[in-house]
Design a protein around this ligand. Structure first.
Ligand code: SAH
Length: 479
């Protein structure tokens, strides 16, 4: 195995860099060098029109001749981009003799330095190299990181470098600075910058700095929607917070796959209502959030689907607000959207449904407050959460208010998970079919014309089950 390359970020401002070659490849290199503030001299018998224009504007120098080794005498760096192996190698050899670093484009062997693939966020740069051996792999990684590193990181790097001296003065000890940065990055400052609030971000940073200098770091809570189960449906922002969390308070509905993405040494606490034998009350959840946030921890309150859709997220934030704890909210893919998508049911459709209602009918009280005549109206889709136990009452009420008995439904159990099942039929048969197929929680009911499309548009998991069991489909799992 050969030794790895030594990574280096070079300050080229005002320094002469020689580019040999005057075509398209040279043009790209020249642009990057000019961005870095280099003094660029292009040596080539002829220049392509863009380079010619740069030369006429006085932005680059031009030596209109065939390559000569002495060109390297005055240069700090050189790039050979002629497309002619013999010339390129002559440039490399001339560089070697003069101890000038030379990159031969697309020829790792002949080069003494290489230009990495990079991601730029203002002054922050991430450079990737495969040692010239697998540039496609480096490019692939770069594309991946491009989507993962938020644009606002540039503003953050700029802000931190501007305040660097002040931060060092206020927090002279390295360990205190480290703690401060950890909390700062998990705190509201990155979020403010993402929203473009640079003034607010600076103020928040200075307040946090004053607090840290007085030794009173604060924790915070992120309310994160985990989506319906498939870990691929978690947002990038949610993933980032899970990677930074000290404590994760999660519901029973949150899938194992999502939890596995969280930081290894984060403390995971299940607070689901039916978790094992213990039962954490809402007050208990509030108390846990407060305790950990006050201890300076980064808490993620992780909820199935979206925290603001039948998730009691509102109550939890009101509690945090009342106790002066900072928080942020990351939305998740709610069950209605996920079940629609994974069962092949478009929730709205020009021919069938112009509106969508999200409702819950899990107990007598919630059923009594529903506007039944409105729910019975045509040309809409109903997405009913937590409905398994109340299907009989739901059917009876809808029929009594004039909903046609033939209205199609789809019951989606474990939507987006490998064990997903979809049961389709018409409103009249809803409770009986649910019983016959032993539908279990979590399941979501989609009611309306669009539900019929599951039969033709299903794409994920098993085909929908209906009234007449097809060969091999279990009609009653728990008879
Ligand atoms: N906040 C959640 C909903 C919590 S209420 C969200 O936005 O999705 C719990 C109900 O959501 C369940 O009873 C069920 O009706 C529905 N649900 C959640 N995940 C589901 C899934 N993977 N498949 C089907 N229904 C689901």
């Amino acid at each position: 195995m050969t030794a790895p390359l030594f990574p280096l970020f070079a300050d080229l401002r005002g320094r002469l860099v020689l580019v040999v070659g005057g075509g398209a490849v040279a043009r790209r290199k020249v642009a990057a060098l000019l961005d870095a503030g280099a003094r660029v001299r292009v040596g080539a018998p002829e220049l392509d029109p863009t380079l010619q224009a740069l030369h006429e504007d006085g932005r680059i120098e031009h030596v209109a001749a065939r390559f000569e080794p002495q060109w390297l005498d005055a240069a700090w760096l050189a790039i050979a981009a002629t497309g002619d192996d013999v010339v390129n190698r002559a440039v490399a050899a001339a560089g070697e003799a003069r101890r000038v670093w030379v990159n031969v484009v697309d020829d790792a062997q002949a080069s003494s330095f290489q230009v990495p693939a990079r991601i730029e966020r203002g002054p922050l740069q991430v450079a990737i190299s495969s040692g010239g051996g697998a540039p496609m792999l480096a490019r692939h990684l770069r594309e991946k990181l491009e989507t993962e590193l938020d644009e606002s990181l540039g503003a953050l790097a700029g802000l931190l470098s501007r305040l660097r001296h002040r931060i060092r003065t206020r927090l002279p000890h390295l360990s205190a600075r480290r703690r401060f940065f950890d909390q700062l990055l998990a705190g509201p400052v990155p979020g403010l910058l993402r929203r473009g609030d640079h003034v607010g971000a600076e103020q928040e940073l200075l307040t946090a700095l004053a607090r840290a200098a007085h030794g009173t770091g604060r924790g915070r809570v992120a309310l994160v929607g985990a989506g319906p189960g498939d870990a691929g449906l978690l947002t990038l922002r949610g993933l980032r917070l899970l990677n930074e969390a000290d404590v994760i308070l999660h519901d029973r509905l949150v899938s194992r796959d999502v939890l596995e993405l969280a930081r290894r040494d984060a403390e995971r606490i299940e607070v689901g209502k039916q978790a094992g034998n213990h039962h954490t009350t809402q007050d208990g959840i509030h108390a846990l959030m407060l305790e950990h946030a006050r201890a300076g921890k980064r808490v993620v309150r992780l909820k199935g689907g979206d925290g603001f859709v039948f998730g009691r997220g509102g109550e939890e934030l009101e509690f945090l607000h009342a106790h002066g704890i900072c928080f942020e909210v990351v939305p998740g893919i709610t069950a209605a959207l996920a079940c629609g998508a994974y069962a092949g049911i478009p929730l709205t459709h020009r021919d069938h449904a112009q509106s969508l209602r999200l409702l819950t009918a899990h107990c007598k009280d919630s059923a009594d407050t529903l506007d039944w005549p409105a729910l019975a109206a045509e040309r809409q889709t109903l997405a009913v959460y937590m409905g398994v136990a109340g299907l009989q009452r739901l059917r009876d009420n809808l029929l009594a208010h004039g909903k046609p008995a033939t209205t199609p439904f789809a019951l989606v159990e474990n939507g987006s998970r490998p064990e997903q099942r979809v049961i389709v039929g018409s409103l009249d048969d809803l409770p009986e079919l649910a019983r016959a197929h032993a539908v279990q929680s979590p399941a979501l009911l989609i009611l309306g014309e669009v539900a019929a499309l599951a039969t033709s548009l299903h794409w994920f998991g098993a085909a929908p089950l209906g009234a007449t069991p097809s060969a091999g489909a279990p009609l009653a799992r728990a008879a």
